[in-house]
Design a binder for this molecule. Structure first.
Ligand SMILES: N[C@@H](CCC(=O)N[C@@H](CS)C(=O)NCC(=O)O)C(=O)O
Length: 281
């Protein structure tokens, strides 16, 4: 599997790079960004945080707006930010150009329905293809954590709950916690997965959390802004918090007063998330 370097910038002693490659899972050219900390310069393997972004994002939003490099450099932690959907000529998009379906809105599932199924295989891309590619090309250790924002928070939680053996910890900002019961999730799941709601449930964190055995309960941190416009209608963190309580799963759920849904919120608390993940590597 070959990758093509698109851009490279030294930052806080490490390097931020963008790459593209032909993807087998999504059948198109995919772009991702990595931050490799200074500790990786000598080919010393470093732990890796997967960051999954939200609706409308590409590999660039987190890298440009989150302000994560300084702490990642201090800790010696690599970060990868994949794109949020397949892209390019021939890749299906919402006919009306809606921001919450199609391009920029892959929802981290494998679509089974036309016209999406051909390219929208983001679950396989994030869980299998991208890890193999990164292990081949970068000095990363087997220590992995996963985090994300909004749709990417849904991605991080659902992927971690489905694959608890692969990650040492999981965290999210403003995650969509119950996609089977909110407009964003229902629209995307109906399009990508069809009308069988049993398929939807396979990607609903508020349900997946209940399937975890106590020994599979990863350390989990969630930050949610109290002034987030999407909180009540789309995000529904109480569904996850209630499920965790019933399971005696000690998740760390923090409501941050006055913060909204934006990267200003993420930038304010990303340091806590990086230090949280580092503790469990
Ligand atoms: N565009 C939508 C919302 C999209 C949105 O808020 N996207 C979030 C993730 S769900 C984001 O990170 N946007 C990119 C950015 O702020 O850089 C709207 O205006 O209602």
């Amino acid at each position: 599997m070959t990758i093509k370097l698109l851009a490279s910038n030294k930052v806080f002693g490490g390097v931020h790079q963008r790459y593209s490659h032909q993807s087998e899972s999504t059948q198109c050219e995919m772009t991702f960004a990595v931050y490799m900390p200074p500790q990786a310069a000598e080919d010393t393997p470093v732990p890796l945080l997967y960051w999954l972004s939200g609706l409308t994002c590409s590999d660039e939003n987190f890298m440009q707006k989150a302000g994560a490099f300084k702490v990642a450099a201090e800790l010696g932690m690599a970060i990868v930010a994949p794109d949020t959907s397949p892209r390019g000529e021939g890749v299906a998009d919402d006919p009306k150009g809606a921001y919450d379906l199609g391009l920029g809105a892959g929802f981290y599932v494998n679509a089974s329905q036309a016209p999406w199924a051909k390219h929208y295989q983001m679950y396989s891309y994030i869980c299998e293809e991208l890890p193999a590619l990164l292990e081949q090309h970068f000095p990363i250790s087997q220590q992995r954590a996963i985090a994300g924002h909004s749709m990417g928070g849904h991605g991080a939680l659902s992927i971690a709950f489905k694959n608890p053996q692969r990650y040492s910890s999981v965290s999210a900002f403003s995650p969509i916690c119950q996609p089977t019961n909110c407009p964003w999730g229902q629209k995307a799941f109906a399009a990508y997965l069809g009308n069988d709601q049993l398929r939807w449930q396979e990607h609903d964190s508020s349900l997946l959390i209940k399937q975890l055995k106590p020994e599979q309960q990863l350390p989990l941190l969630i930050d949610q802004g109290s002034d987030d416009n999407f909180l009540a209608e789309q995000l529904k963190p109480e569904t996850l918090v209630d499920a965790a309580k019933q399971l005696d799963y000690p998740i760390n759920f923090r409501v941050q007063q006055g913060y909204d849904h934006s990267y200003f919120f993420i930038a304010s608390f990303i340091e806590d998330h990086l230090r949280f993940h580092f503790k469990y590597f």
